[in-house]
Design a protein around this ligand. Structure first.
Ligand code: EPU
Length: 349
């Protein structure tokens, strides 16, 4: 499609309220915001003298960020739209979506178009462009499994680059974009490779249980059944950010070495654990926090969700500092009782 001048025009919105742009619902403001609907607008941005020296922050759905104060810079709201099947080969479909597309709507769209694979990641809040940044995962699947490549713009230069999976360096809730690439790129589009040979991923006990409760045998499970089961599990356990501000899991599940795990198990024989391929062991942070008695407890207006101890919530009027104070108290207790460090999952700004 030919590009018009309007496609690259950039409107700076001063003193912009961010409450509707972060799922914790923190009432903070940005010195400037710009809504980005076309990749070309990023180019206009890096040449704009008014904001040349200000820090930038790209926001998708704001579902993985903790604002602790007003942002003295430019918030770029990624609203780049578009979903399309790019091509197919004998084995797979290649599907591309704009960075600003809603993730859950995109997953539903792939299923409606007969291209399953992403159903275990249904109902994860946020945008397609944010998905690779922390390699979103749930119910036995990580995004990286079906990732093909992405296009990102380097904010300092306006240059567009394609990243394959190796360059993204995906890890557990981690990627290049959370480390060396942090705050340097905006994600314009993401391409997924969805294999035509589909098998349900029912390895996660909650999913198998939910299907069983619905009278669906594993061999009969269709993609839509898995999608519906995942949606039901998430609705039952995780608070809806529109009703109760939160950013999903607040901590990563910690991975410890075998010796530390043996010592821990000696004190807590029923510790929930997932052995890793490298011999280390992943623990359920929610279980550790729960055992420390934090589930459902509050510190001011910030609280631990009463159905999932890994989720911190804003009961109304909490600030980012309130949530961080609660997070620190939890980290201290878990460290004291289990000797385990909990690392926050969201970005603190
Ligand atoms: N548990 C408790 N008490 C709690 C919470 C959990 O005992 O309050 C126990 C559960 O009984 C279970 C274990 O801990 O044995 C794991 O709990 P759950 O299945 O709810 O998953 P999780 O490890 O707490 C992770 C992801 C979630 C993802 C789910 C399902 C991380 C940091 N979190 O949570 O992702 O939806 O698994 O796959 O890896 C997110 O990243 O924002 C997120 C919600």
């Amino acid at each position: 499609m030919p590009m018009s001048d309007a496609d690259s025009a950039l409107t700076l919105l001063p003193d912009y309220p961010l409450r509707a742009h972060n799922t914790f619902g923190f009432d903070v403001r940005a010195r400037f915001a710009a809504r980005i609907a076309h990749a070309a607008q990023f180019d206009a941005l890096h040449r704009d003298a008014r904001i040349a020296h200000l820090p930038r922050l790209v926001l998708g759905g704001g579902s993985n960020v903790v604002f602790t104060r007003d942002f003295d810079g430019v918030v770029l709201i990624d609203e780049i739209a578009g979903r399309r099947a790019v091509r197919e080969d004998g084995d797979a479909w290649l599907v591309e979506a704009g960075g600003g597309e809603n993730w859950h709507a995109f997953v539903a769209w792939t299923l409606e178009h007969g291209m399953p694979g992403l159903e275990n990641l249904a109902l994860i809040p946020g945008t397609v462009g944010a998905a690779p940044i922390q390699n979103i995962g749930a119910y036995g699947l990580e995004m990286k499994t079906y990732f093909d490549s992405l296009v990102a713009i380097e904010l300092a230069t306006g240059r567009s680059e394609r990243f394959d999976a190796a360059r993204c360096a995906f890890g557990y809730r981690d990627s290049f974009f959370k480390r060396e690439g942090r705050a340097r790129f905006a994600i314009v589009s993401v391409t997924f490779r969805l294999p035509k040979r589909w098998t349900p991923r029912l390895g996660y006990a909650d999913v198998a249980r939910e299907l069983d409760a619905r009278g669906i045998a594993p061999a009969d499970a269709a993609p839509r059944d898995v999608f519906d089961a995942v949606v039901a599990i998430r609705r039952a356990k995780l608070p809806d950010p529109l009703a109760l501000g939160n950013a999903g899991s607040f901590f990563k599940n910690p991975v410890i070495d075998a010796a530390q795990f043996d010592a821990l198990r000696a004190h807590a024989p029923d510790v929930v654990s997932y052995p890793q391929p490298d011999g280390r062991v992943k623990l359920a942070a929610g279980w550790l926090i729960d055992l420390c008695g934090w589930k459902g407890r509050a510190l001011g207006a910030a609280a631990v969700h009463d159905r999932q101890a890994l989720v911190l919530v804003n009961r109304g009027g909490a600030t980012g500092a309130d949530v961080l104070a609660l997070a620190h108290a939890i980290q201290r207790d878990v460290k004291e009782r289990f000797g385990v460090e909990l690392e926050p999952e969201p970005l603190c700004v």
